[in-house]
Design a protein. Structure first.
Length: 72
């Protein structure tokens, strides 16, 4: 059964919400170019993942250009 709003003390409500805060996103440094990278993601600057070239350098820019061209 639900409890009326005012029957729950502010302290109880705050203790319940103590785990609701956002956590900071961790990041690592790319071993190839030194840019910050999300863990387990391909580096957006150089295209390397775990020391191997996975996608071409500057692939971000190419995808954005293709999207713009398709929109026109």
């Amino acid at each position: 059964m639900p409890v009326p709003y005012r029957r729950k003390s502010a302290s109880r409500a705050r203790m319940r919400r103590s785990h609701d805060a956002l956590k900071a996103v961790g990041s690592t440094i790319c071993s190839n170019c030194g840019e910050p990278v999300l863990p387990h993601h391909v580096c957006r600057a150089c295209g390397f993942y775990k020391g191997e070239q996975v996608i071409g350098a500057g692939a971000d820019a190419n995808v954005e250009e293709e999207a713009e061209a398709a929109a026109e």
